[in-house]
Design a protein around this ligand. Structure first.
Ligand code: MN
Length: 718
């Protein structure tokens, strides 16, 4: 990393600005901002021993590297006057106008938040908050530049501060810089962070690079000359630059398990041409002369990255057996690659620069899309997708708890959403809400910066069903529904008891007789219930049919269908010997069980769950019972040779009371399927079938759908 030279005078800053903006009014405003800040910070020093003004001056200089507009440059010069010198917003407004004031205010607001966490979700949340609080993208540019200058002078702090700052930068700020495509700032921030976060790794890489520098430099130069000659032969105007890989990018590759030599043997070139067409032409010429590595070619011109990056990438066997990573781009593309969204400053267009940077909504969308991508790898539950979508499509608001914690909610949220976001107990026990010291109704729409206090009462009965219509977030709605599901249990209990008694009366069996102690124990054991309540609930919610319960004791009272069913079903299925049917990579002698919840059959996608001291239980990979249990998961697969039958659950729904048991059984006759058991209850048939593979199961299920009155046939997971 080359050491960046600090500037020390306003003249140096103006020279940098003049390279892209020579409007005299703008330059005068920059001078005015400088003088104002210098006076306010007068007499103060930074820990480095420099006059304080050196800091804002260099933050502004960093922003000239991405050709920031004069408003941003002025804001940079003034960025610390509110916090450090108590300058009021109205004073700033009077001196510099609304736009600069609002950027300085925005900066002060996000700068007072401290973002550090070891928790992935919190980190992504912090990124969202930072972006969400910054109405103007220039606030984020300022934050990044401020951090960059602070990192350049981080040596002045002790190790603890250095490490914490470096970690926060890597967690929160560099991903945002990357998504905005500001490569210039991102890559310096990354290298500096690594230097303080993992100094030993950093210096090890630097040393390795130095050892091989000469040889690599020579090879790059040779290759550069060869390619240049070639392109000149084809009359293509071009420039070629050897490209230094950032230390952080090497560190990341090492982390991915690449060896030092693999990385250091990889050299890099970047070719600049004038037109897009020439990019492709250059690519063709290079490929005709140097053998490309298959699958390493990427066309980011036709398919730009979301941060607008465009280039062609290819890797070829080049000079002296070195591999060369070559990037081909136009000068215009290079500007976007280095400055990202900041390349869209537009000084020529009419209207404010803010408008030139695309309108605020569009920017926000772009950011949220980008932030979303940060989480892409982890999107697994629909809830997350939904909440992110509402972040993107609705607006997001940020409100505070009385303690000052930020709570992020979609626009239109109410105190109910707030309460459930804080904790489900808070929601369930809520009796009222106070916003900014005023009592508000529960359907009050929260606004940015509201301070929300929820009043709770432990004797509260719970949420009202009406809240489902008031709440905005799915999170709150789900929790309210969950509360009522619990209540429903009580209803199931009552219905279950009633249904069983009704059926007993119908069969003229006395209650006392049926529930003799020995019978009672047998029923609970057979149906795997721990007590009478559980039995009733399961009858009430339809898991058991009352007859099924009665049959545990009075096996003979069977209907005609049930007798036939007994004949066709095989309850005495020989115990499955699954040895050799499931292959566990690298392990031979291990006990394997088939999970009874999702009952996988051959060809199903499966996954193993290691039970300590017990062996491996094989689940379907979609089984919700193993969700989140990543630690003990092991890869397993079916032995393709197996042709044994395995049990699995299917459920048939009908829209008529007519008994279709016989039809179901008939469908098994020409389809290599054995029915192990059927339970029917009103319009529902619960089957366990034995089947050799998923293809046969699918065919059978399709056959079942052809039966009159059948509305659906599904595989189920208990
Ligand atoms: Mn600062």
């Amino acid at each position: 990393m080359t050491k960046k030279k600090e500037i020390t005078s306003i003249k140096e800053l103006l020279d940098k600005v003049k390279e892209y903006d020579d409007n005299i009014d703008n330059l005068n405003k920059i001078v005015h901002a400088f003088n104002f800040a210098k006076e306010k910070h007068y007499g103060k020093e930074r820990l480095t021993g420099d006059d304080y003004i050196i800091h804002p001056l260099n933050v502004a200089a960093i922003l000239t590297d991405i050709q920031a507009d004069y408003i941003t440059i002025c804001s940079a010069l003034l960025h610390d006057v509110k916090e450090e010198c108590d300058v009021s917003s109205s004073q700033l407004n009077k001196e510099f106008g609304e736009e600069i004031t609002s950027i300085v205010e925005g900066f002060t607001k996000i700068n007072s938040l401290s973002f550090s966490s070891d928790n992935e979700a919190m980190i992504s949340n912090h990124q969202k908050i930072l972006v969400g609080l910054s109405e103007d993208v220039r606030v984020i540019f300022l934050k990044l530049a401020d951090r960059l200058h602070n990192m350049r002078t981080l040596w002045v702090f002790d190790e603890k501060v250095q490490k914490a700052t470096a970690k926060e930068t890597l967690d929160i700020l560099t991903p945002i810089a990357n998504r905005l495509g500001i490569n210039r700032i991102k890559s310096e921030l990354e290298d500096l962070s690594l230097r303080y976060y993992k100094p030993d790794v950093y210096f090890q890489i630097v040393e390795k690079l130095n050892q091989t520098k000469n040889e690599r430099d020579n090879s790059v130069l040779e290759m550069q000359n060869k390619v240049s000659e070639l392109l000149t032969d084809y009359n293509i105007k071009h420039e070629i630059k050897g490209r230094a890989k950032s230390i952080y990018s090497i560190y990341k590759k090492l982390n991915k398990g690449k060896s030092f030599s693999e990385i250091y043997d990889l050299l890099a070139l970047r070719i600049f041409v004038n037109t897009e067409q020439e990019c492709y032409q250059v690519l063709g010429i290079i490929h005709s002369k140097f053998k490309p590595i298959p699958k390493r070619f990427k066309d980011y011109i036709a398919m730009p990255k979301t941060n607008m990056y465009q280039s062609l990438h290819t890797t070829v066997f080049g000079y002296c057996g070195y591999l060369f990573e070559i990037q081909i781009r136009t000068y215009e593309m290079d500007k976007v690659a280095e400055n990202g969204i900041a390349a869209h400053w537009s000084y020529k267009e009419k209207g404010s620069v803010k408008a030139g940077l695309q309108n605020a909504m569009e920017q926000k969308l772009q950011f949220f899309r980008s932030i979303m991508e940060l989480k892409n790898e982890n999107i697994d539950d629909a809830e997350f997708v939904k909440s992110v979508q509402s972040d993107v499509f609705d607006d997001t608001i940020y409100v505070f708890t009385p303690k000052g914690d930020v709570i992020e909610l979609p626009n239109g949220s109410t105190p109910i959403d707030f309460a459930y976001k804080v904790h489900s107990n808070v929601g369930d026990k809520m009796v009222g809400a106070i916003v900014n010291n005023n009592i508000v109704p529960l359907d009050y729409k929260l606004k940015d910066d509201d301070i929300v206090k929820i009043n709770t009462n432990n004797n509260s009965f719970g949420p009202s069903k009406e809240w489902l219509n008031i709440a905005k977030t799915n999170q709150a709605k789900n929790k309210i529904r969950g509360f009522f599901n619990k209540l429903d249990k009580e209803e199931y209990l009552k219905n279950g008891e009633d249904n069983l008694n009704k059926e007993l009366r119908k069969k003229k069996i006395s209650n006392n007789e049926f529930f003799k102690t020995e019978n009672f124990d047998k029923i609970l054991k057979e149906l795997k219930c721990s007590n009478l309540d559980e039995l009733y609930i399961n009858i009430g919610n339809g898991k058991f049919n009352p007859n099924q319960v009665i049959n545990v004791i009075y096996n003979d009272n069977k209907t005609k269908e049930e007798i036939i069913l007994d004949k066709v079903t095989k309850n005495d299925v020989t115990k499955l010997t699954i040895k050799d049917d499931i292959i566990v990579k690298g392990i031979d002698q291990i006990k394997i069980n088939i999970a009874s919840c999702c009952k996988p059959i051959p060809n199903d996608k499966i996954i193993g769950y290691i039970t300590k001291g017990y062996g491996i239980t094989v689940h379907r990979s979609i089984c919700p019972n193993i969700n989140n249990l990543t630690e003990r998961i092991i890869d397993v697969k079916w032995n393709e040779q197996t042709n044994k039958k395995y049990p699995t659950n299917i459920v048939i729904h009908t829209d008529d009371d007519k008994n279709i048991l016989m039809d179901i059984i008939a469908k098994t006759s020409n389809s290599d399927i054995t029915i192990q058991s059927i339970n029917s209850n009103n319009n529902l048939y619960d089957l366990v079938v034995l089947v050799t593979n998923d293809e046969k199961l699918n065919k059978f299920m399709n056959d079942l759908k052809l039966i009159n009155n059948v509305t659906s046939v599904e595989r189920t997971i208990k």
